[in-house]
Design a protein. Structure first.
Length: 227
């Protein structure tokens, strides 16, 4: 997955779902992990810039917020980086604090098993489906993603054929539901079933989709996903 801005201009629509997923994950862990995620949640709520995917806070300020010493802050931030939940965007130097971003792809992977615990509606939304949930929420699997229909011969259908063979899991979870909306010159517009789905694809899969589309139509220069 590509490590791009996890929120962008649609941050307001998805940040509470991301925080909820993290909280549900923490509540299923032991006390040490619960405390670590609680500290991160508090830090994100207080100081994270969702629009710019930016967390730039000094260790002294974090220590005051967490009610710990700076040594503990250093250790806990290192744990979060090793988990992949925080990534360094700019290393602190010459009086500047380090700048972090969220590792949204890893957070989604790690919390996925707890989405259903929040509720079937949350599970469907986080999985990228706007269908009304039933008492049984079907799990996605590689077998549930048949090869796409290429009969219409559009650039998107052909690109989906390539993407289907490259990475079945990603195709099933994020690409299969995308449909062709329009084409204007070199710009291809795709439609996703939800805003969260569109935001995730634009943040993490746009480059992969663009590469596949250019493999079948070199005139494509940009891809936009709407909901």
């Amino acid at each position: 997955m590509l490590a791009k801005r996890p929120a962008g201009r649609h941050a307001a629509a998805i940040k509470y779902d991301v925080l909820t997923a993290m909280g549900a994950y923490a509540l299923a862990q032991g006390p040490t992990s619960q405390r670590l995620v609680l500290r991160l949640l508090t830090l994100l709520t207080a100081r994270y810039n969702w629009q710019r995917d930016e967390l730039a806070v000094g260790q002294r300020e974090i220590a005051r917020l967490w009610n710990v010493d700076e040594r503990t802050v250093k250790r806990e931030m290192a744990k979060l980086r090793s988990m992949g939940w925080l990534v360094i965007k700019r290393q602190g130097a010459r009086g500047r604090v380090s700048q972090y971003g969220l590792g949204l792809d890893r957070i989604l992977d790690d919390t996925r098993d707890r989405w259903a615990a929040v509720g079937p509606d949350f599970d469907c939304r986080m999985s990228g489906s706007d269908e009304q949930p039933t008492n049984v929420v079907p799990l996605r699997s590689e077998a549930s993603a048949p090869a796409p229909d290429l009969s219409d011969g559009t650039e998107w259908s052909l690109a989906k054929g390539l993407l289907h063979t490259e990475d079945m899991a990603t195709y099933t979870a994020w690409i299969q539901a995308l449909t062709r909306e329009s084409r204007a010159g070199g710009r291809l517009v795709l439609r996703a079933p939800s805003r969260f789905h569109a935001t995730y694809v634009m943040s993490h899969l746009k480059r992969r989709l663009l590469t596949a589309c250019r493999d079948v139509d070199s005139d494509i220069t940009d891809i936009t996903v709407v909901s």
